[in-house]
Design a protein around this ligand. Structure first.
Ligand code: 13P
Ligand code: ZN
Length: 270
């Protein structure tokens, strides 16, 4: 049997974690990632019947029954995960209608999955219903998006329109817009339910004064979404206090829709 540590899933995850840390999005243990895997993908590396231990989740998500996830561990510093991936990551299988997770590999110091499991698992269920190819949910704390939630209206249409106006590519990358939640207590089932509700029709959800969630078919898509929104937020924070002379007009945004074959979220453009 091949070593899971050397599998493309762990290798890609570690590469992605290192890039997120390099961007300054994941101070200390900030941020978490979950990657959906199939039984076929994992069975080359682990024996599905060999469960190391079972960890309660504290919620129910029957849609994910029997699904496998590679997940970051709670309290793990992204800076350190590349040095010991078997400590910082775990491979789990959801069981008992999502109430418990069976550990098949990793969390080698006796640890457990991220405290944000409710938001991750509920978001996976929501995204899978919208796109059966979705595999990634990613959370982190990028400076500019966080800063923007202190000074910008949190109305989703207004927030999305500002991001679209800050960089030409934005409407092409996330035409469905961003969801925005007011500050809520993190790590709870309540914030998980609220995040998943937004994820039903979007791949980006901002948690005011906390961070952002991105979803995608692969790590590049989720990372690229967050990277693009964060770049736009950075432009906003550079110009917000200056007199605005011009911006990208709705006419321009409509031209981008046509040129790139995307459709802006209904009602978001004039
Ligand atoms: P974990 O260390 O439990 O993943 O939490 C980090 C975080 O970003 C909480 O929102
Ligand atoms: Zn967080």
């Amino acid at each position: 049997m091949k070593r899971f540590l050397e599998s493309p899933y762990v290798v890609e995850m570690v590469r992605n974690i290192a890039a997120m840390y390099a961007h300054g999005w994941d101070e200390r243990n900030g941020g978490n990632i979950s990657m959906l895997l199939t039984e076929q993908e994992v069975s080359d590396y682990v024996e599905p019947a060999s469960v190391l231990r079972t960890i309660p989740t504290g919620f129910t998500e029957p849609f994910l029954e029997g699904r496998y996830f590679l997940v970051t561990g709670t309290g793990k510093y992204f800076r350190n995960v590349p040095y010991d991936p078997a400590d910082g990551l775990g491979l789990i299988r959801m069981t008992d209608a999502g109430r418990r997770a069976e550990l098949l590999w990793g969390f080698s110091d006796g640890g457990r999955f991220t405290s944000e499991m409710p938001a991750h698992m509920m978001s996976h269920a929501a995204r899978l219903r919208a796109d059966s190819d979705n595999r990634i949910v990613m959370h982190c704390h990028p400076d500019n998006l966080l800063a923007m939630t202190y000074v910008h209206d949190l109305d989703e249409r207004a927030f999305t329109r500002t991001l679209w106006q800050m960089e030409t590519e934005c409407i092409v990358v996330f035409p469905e817009g961003v969801g925005v939640l007011p500050w809520m207590l993190c790590g709870t089932n309540e914030i998980g339910v609220a995040t998943a509700e937004k994820m039903r029709s979007r791949r980006l959800v901002i948690w005011a004064q906390h961070g952002i969630y991105g979803a995608g078919r692969d790590l590049d898509e989720a990372f690229g979404l967050i990277e693009t929104a964060e770049k736009a937020a950075g432009i906003y924070m550079k110009i917000a206090h200056l007199p605005l002379r011009q911006t990208i007009t709705d006419e321009g945004l409509h031209q981008l829709e046509e040129r790139f074959g995307v459709k802006a979220r209904e009602g978001y453009l004039d």
